[in-house]
Design a protein. Sequence first.
Length: 95
Amino acid sequence: MLLTIYARPSSREQKIVWLDKDTAKISLKSPAKEGKANKELVDLLAKELSCQKSLIEIIRGHTIKIKHITVPDRFLARRADGSGKDASSQIRHLS
């Protein structure tokens, strides 16, 4: 599945806000330099979706804040909260 991510680097805390099933705003502590924010983004998504980092791929947006990321559908169906419910508009503070 293709996700649209609005990245917010250099934030005070890590936070994921799901706007709908395939769109999220993600606040990252790392700065947008030398790929640090992209690495943190992949790490957070892997933790949130309970999948391996190697299965998450940034398709578009390596150097901009709006990113398109692919994730296997089976991991998007179940979120890290374990409920299996749609987490639309769910805010997860990860700090």
